[in-house]
Design a protein around this ligand. Structure first.
Ligand SMILES: [Zn+2]
Length: 409
């Protein structure tokens, strides 16, 4: 993640016009930033719980119907897992008390709903032994923006107040809008994301689009990814996007699509801004190894935020960064580098997030060395040295005891 408000320490003068720009959304994004790492602490419990250490997630399927006019999400999430123990008789799934659980199914059996302290405790209808698999479906509904957890937004953009529906779940926000085992080290092998939206909206998400089907409500976009993925990297970005693509040629006869989802009102500016991305991909692949999700895609989707977020295969990129020039290329480079450091290689525990951010920030400097030479690298890094670490800019993480600790960046 890059938060522009941290970066203003470094680029105060350059960023000044951005801060002056009006932000069109239902929320004050600056306020949302302040609160992002100060989630209501009582909402969280240990992650993983002792029970969650007894099973391994294999895949998720998210079937989500979105009604932006009513600020309503109706969801059905299928959770497939495997037992790591004998006689597993219940599973604990993270889901905050923002949305309401309607029912839970295991096969044809309806299971009791027991939703307390941010956990759905699902009593399975049979005991699962080691290496055996299980599958449950959780049905739920509500407004995921309620409670101002800032991981899901019904925002708008443009002169006609077109919806832009977005998610940003890092670090603990996924269970605000979908039930999951929210532990970054238990990656699902596959995630299927089927989202139904009104006809004028386009859904950008992780992996590859396997199809778009028409139905009574509008269109359903079917996305799927078969690379291991942590829950905080699962993303939705939905609007009346204009789409365009570049191609990253990684061998003499193979290439991967690089897809951009941008607001129509800044299409030309976005084409200029993002035109550098394939060159960055080529550079990072040359020094880090091949792009880790080469069989799927790299994408970027504009959202109403003040920075970028490295959602796996689909970075969310702030609309305020689109200026028709290359002023914020460092954010583009940073989020792209996270695909290797953060997404492909992920910390086991949130206290190690500095590794993700450290590598991605170092990668920014490497990019500037690549295009401007060694002095540019040193100048870039030296600016960081001049900034004393501020203990107030910190990251809260859940310790094993459930207590929050304050980590300096
Ligand atoms: Zn970052």
């Amino acid at each position: 993640m890059t938060n522009i408000y941290y970066k203003i320490l470094i680029i105060l003068l350059l960023a000044a016009p951005l801060l002056a720009q009006p932000i069109k959304s239902r929320q004050d994004l600056r306020e949302s930033e302040k609160s992002r790492f100060n989630f209501e602490k009582s909402a969280f419990i240990n992650a993983p719980t002792p029970n969650q250490r007894l099973f391994d997630i294999t895949s998720y399927q998210l079937d989500l119907d979105l009604y932006p006019d009513q600020f309503l999400l109706r969801g059905a999430v299928t959770i497939n897992g495997k037992s790591l123990t004998n006689e597993l008789d219940h599973i604990e799934i993270d889901f905050y008390h923002v949305l309401s659980v309607d029912s839970i199914l295991q096969g044809r059996s309806t299971l009791p709903v027991n939703h307390k302290n941010g956990i759905i405790d699902i009593i399975l209808n049979n005991v699962i032994n080691i290496d055996e698999s299980f599958s449950v479906i959780i049905y739920y509904h509500g407004d995921p923006e309620e409670g101002r957890y800032q991981s899901f937004g019904w925002s708008d953009h443009g002169s006609f107040n077109t919806p832009i529906i977005w998610t940003l779940s890092e670090p603990y926000g996924s269970p605000v809008w979908w039930p999951c085992k929210d532990d970054p080290k238990d990656k699902a092998d596959s995630v299927y994301i089927n989202v139904t939206v009104p006809p004028d909206l386009i859904v950008a998400s992780n992996g590859l689009l396997s199809g778009v089907s028409r139905n009574r409500e509008g269109f359903t976009y079917h996305w799927k990814t078969h690379y291991p993925i942590s829950t905080y990297l699962v993303s939705l970005a939905i609007s009346n996007y204009e789409q365009f693509s570049d191609w990253y040629s990684y061998s003499s006869d193979d290439s991967m699509e690089v897809t951009y989802f941008v607001y129509p009102e800044h299409l030309n500016a976005a084409k200029e801004n993002l035109s550098i991305t394939v060159e960055m991909l080529e550079f990072y692949a040359s020094i880090f190894g091949e792009y880790p999700f080469i069989d799927e895609k790299y994408g970027m989707a504009i959202f109403p935020w003040s920075g970028g977020m490295e959602h796996q295969t689909i970075t969310s990129y702030g609309y305020g960064l689109i200026w028709g020039n290359h002023r914020y290329d460092f954010i583009n480079a940073h989020e792209l580098a996270h695909q290797w450091f953060g997404d492909c290689i992920t910390m086991r525990h949130w206290s190690h997030i500095w590794l993700n951010e450290g590598f991605a920030s170092y990668a920014e400097a490497l990019w500037f060395e690549h295009i401007n030479g060694k002095n540019a690298y040193h100048n870039y890094v030296n600016r960081w040295d001049a900034i004393p670490l501020n203990p107030k800019i910190s990251f809260y993480h859940r310790s094993e005891t459930g207590k929050f600790r304050n980590r300096s960046r």
